[in-house]
Structure formats: C-alpha cells, structure tokens
Design a protein around this ligand. Structure first.
Ligand code: SF4
Length: 480
C-alpha cells in the first residue's frame, strides 16, 4: 500500500470552490469514478455532494478520551470568534449547497457559551443546512436541548463509551444507564438521536448487547455509529487491536441484531471508509431495509428526494412525493413494500403497524501516518478550516496546522485584523505559527499523552525525592 508522504500531507491542496451554478454532485461523482468506487447505488454523487461536514466551534473538552483525535494543544486554544464560525458556515453552503449535514462539534460544543451555540445552530439552519450537535451529553440537559430545538437543531449525536472513562462505569452495559438518560433528555424535543461509539478491544465483545439496547430504543435512536479506533490525535490508546476490522464489527452488529444486515447495498463514499445499513424495527425485531438492490438503485439514482427530513412523518410524505415524481417505479416500490409487509406480517400485527427506522454506520478512520491517497481523494467527511474544507483524516494528521493558525477577521474598516488562537488577541499582522512544546501548558490544559507524560514525570520526581529523604535519614542510599 502506498501512503501519502509527510510532505504530501503538509501541502495537500484544498478543493477549489465550485462555481455558484456548478453541479456539486457531479464533481464528487467524478472523484468516485476516478478511484473505482462509483456505482448506481453510491449515495455520494447521487444523493449528496458530501456525507457531512464538521464545524469545530471549540477545541476544548470536559472529558479526556483514551482515543481522542484532538491535538495536544487543544485545551490551550481559544474558541473561534463567532464571525469566523459564521464565515465557515457560508463556506460549507458555497461548497456543498443546501441540505448538507453539518456536525456542530469540537472538542465538546456545549463548552461554548449557550447563547453562542444557539446562534450557531440558528445560522446553520437558516442557511438551509442540517444542524446536528455532536456532544458527550454531559451538559445537554432537556431544557438545553429544547432551546437548541427551538433554534432549529435537527439531530443530537451522543458519544458514550468506555474510552471516556466516566467514573462509576466499568462496562458498556453499565453505560446504558447514561445512554438511557440522554435519550429521555431528547424525547419529545423533535430532535433525532444518534449514538457514537468508539470500537476498541475492550468494548468489542459488548457490541451485540449494545445493539440490542439501540433496538429496544429504536423509537428514539435513528443512527448508531461505530468508529473503529485509529492511531491519531492526543489519545493514549492508539494502536488498533487485531480483533477490530470492518468485517468483525459488522458481524458483532449482526449478532446483536439477530439477523443478517446488508452493509453493501448502498455505499456512502469509499468502501474502506464507510459501511451503511438501514433497517426497520418492528415489534422488537430488525428487518433489513436494503434487501432489494434494484429498488435501492432506483431510489439512490433519483437523487433529488429529501428522505431524512425533520419530522417523524417526513419519510412517509417523501415516499409519496417520490412515487408521484417517479410513476414508472410504482411497481418496484409496491414489490418492495409487499415483500417487507409479508415478511414482517406477524410482527406488524403485534406492533399494530408501528415501524421504526434505524441505521447503522461504520466509520473506519485512518492512522495519521497511513493515509491512503484514494480514500482522501474520495473522502465523504470533511472538516471546515480557515482555508476551506479538508478531509477529516487529513486534518487529523496535521491538526496543529489548522488550530494554531491566526485567523483573518474583516473589521469593516478596510483593514483586517488577525485573531491569535492561543491568546485570543487581535493583531494587525498575521504572524507565524510557533513550534510549541505541548508539555509546557499548565497541567489543567493538558490531556491525553502530554498529560500522562507530565504526570509520570511528577511521580518519578516524587519517588526520587522520597528516596533522597530516606537515604539522608538512614545515612546512606535506600535499598532497591
Ligand atoms: S475522514 Fe477518513 S475515513 Fe472518513 S471518509 Fe474521509 S478519508 Fe475516509
């Protein structure tokens, strides 16, 4: 396998901004074709110009995950000024157009002032994009979520797993208590619930039980995302165990689902990066929703219907709209529905027709020093930086290049100023990004590896001092 070299990573070009009237899906379609990942069932290029874009509104976090992808310097970086956040929202719109899924993330975005977060959510929604909040959930109480829902929040994605080392929870099953609390916080707000989960060797065996939890809560949980541990960022648990692969995680999910699930029916981006499956939960049982490849191709190729809208009934009304716009597909649609209804007839009767949709997503981030050029070229998950959107894997491989950059702010008085990420000061000149020693930050601003390093050094110093004390008390060096 050939990987991008450090020089190539450093100078990787930013995608050019498309013309206002450009066919944005055609641009990505061409990329998918160039890396051999195109098919009529490929969602990227058919239904969407990008899978989603991360909008990192703070680099700070109130947890210290063992697999954290953030930089060692993150806690020392000030929150991006609001005008720059708004400019980046406009950038997303210009690149990918309306309907784009925007992950409002960080760090943990709830560490920003709530009034600012509300403004950001509103701005994303008013720009015609789909705002989702990515959070560990600690500060996302019910009134908090209600306020964000009123501002237009569409989804909340809770990250809950053992890598966060939440006190009092030794297993993933025990953490279901936290997940349940978060679900109840979102219930009735109109916000869709996602869960993010980092797969490590420690948690791998609990995936089936976790999937059963999601199925029991399928009335609220719309997407369960599994992210395979990768060697990137400041986290202390870096190397992926040999147990973990796309295939092994899929099989764990299927074990929990109690049925086989098709993760290949409708790709979203590069097959080495993502796997997607959509199921229906009926009477506590899962039914594969993508089991008819001809019908899936027709839906995906039609491209223009918004299936994932904001209300529970929206997918049903989207289906009716789709049939009206594609009368030639009425027969395949009826065949698809008929087969599902027949297969699930007993459960449909038992549930009185209640059906919930739940999607499973596998995301396979690359190690920072093993970036595959084809996957970067056809990336479906970008983060928006000062200079424009960048593949998340690429950004993770050189995070400091982005978070320590001074940011140009227009003052309206003709001459811009430059915001400095470490001090928050405004300078007339841009200045240069300095080489920094992460361990030089105060301990309160250290996380991950640098915190562990400083901590170890302090412990060693304490041990040395104790040895010296006992040596001087005993008149000679201590034994051992
Ligand atoms: S972020 Fe990385 S793993 Fe995810 S789609 Fe992009 S290149 Fe693939």
């Amino acid at each position: 396998m050939v990987y991008l070299t450090p020089e190539e990573i450093k100078h990787y070009p930013i995608d050019p901004m498309p013309a206002a009237d450009a066919d944005r899906r055609a641009i990505v379609r061409e990329r998918m074709e160039s890396v051999g990942q195109w098919s009529p069932r490929q969602q990227l290029g058919n239904r969407m110009a990008i899978g989603c874009v991360a909008l990192e509104i703070t680099q700070r976090c109130n947890l210290d995950c063992t697999c954290c992808y953030l930089s060692e310097h993150s806690e020392a970086v000030r929150d991006l000024p609001l005008p720059e956040v708004f400019r980046r929202i406009d950038t997303i719109t210009s690149y990918y157009g309306p309907g784009t899924a925007v992950q409002i993330t960080g760090g943990d975005p709830t560490l920003r002032k709530k009034s600012e977060l509300v403004e950001i959510v509103r701005r994303v929604r008013e720009s015609g994009l789909r705002p989702s909040l990515f959070t560990n959930g600690i500060k996302a109480t019910r009134p908090y979520l209600q306020e964000l829902a009123a501002a237009g929040l569409a989804d909340v994605a809770f990250h809950v797993d053992l890598t966060q080392e939440r006190k009092g929870y030794a297993t993933e099953v025990e953490l279901n208590e936290v997940r349940q609390e978060y679900i109840e916080n979102a219930r009735g707000t109109g916000i869709s619930v996602f869960f993010n989960f980092t797969v490590t060797e420690q948690s791998f065996h609990e995936i089936p039980e976790l999937v059963r939890f999601y199925i029991r809560n399928a009335d609220m949980v719309k997407t369960a995302s599994f992210q395979l541990q990768a060697d990137t960022g400041r986290g202390t648990d870096r190397e992926r165990g040999s147990l973990i692969s796309q295939a092994s995680v899929r099989s764990q999910i299927e074990q929990g689902a109690g049925t086989s699930i098709d993760f290949d029916a409708s790709p979203v981006g590069h097959s080495s990066c993502n796997r997607y499956a959509m199921c229906f939960e009926i009477n506590g049982k899962l039914y594969n929703g993508l089991d008819d490849s001809d019908f899936v191709s027709r839906i995906v190729a039609s491209g223009d219907t918004e299936w994932d809208a904001y209300t529970k009934l929206a997918p049903a009304s989207a289906a009716l709209r789709w049939i009206k716009d594609h009368p030639g597909d009425l027969l395949p649609a009826a065949r698809y529905m008929g087969r599902l209804v027949w297969k699930a007839r007993a459960d449909l009767l038992a549930s009185r027709g209640r059906v919930n949709r739940i999607s499973f997503f596998l995301h396979n981030f690359m190690d920072a020093c093993h970036l595959e050029p084809d996957r970067i070229k056809s990336c479906s998950f970008y983060t928006v930086t000062r200079d424009g959107p960048v593949s998340m894997c690429l950004a993770n491989a050189k995070r400091d290049d982005y978070i320590l950059q001074p940011v140009k702010l227009e003052t309206g008085a003709g001459k811009p100023v430059f915001w400095q990420p470490l001090s928050g000061d405004l300078h007339d000149e841009e200045g240069v990004v300095q080489e920094l020693d992460p361990t030089a930050h105060p301990l309160s601003r250290l996380k991950g590896r640098s915190r562990a390093l400083v901590w170890r050094e302090r412990e060693r110093e304490k041990a040395r001092a104790a040895t010296a004390r006992s040596a001087s008390a005993g008149g000679g060096p201590a034994a051992g």
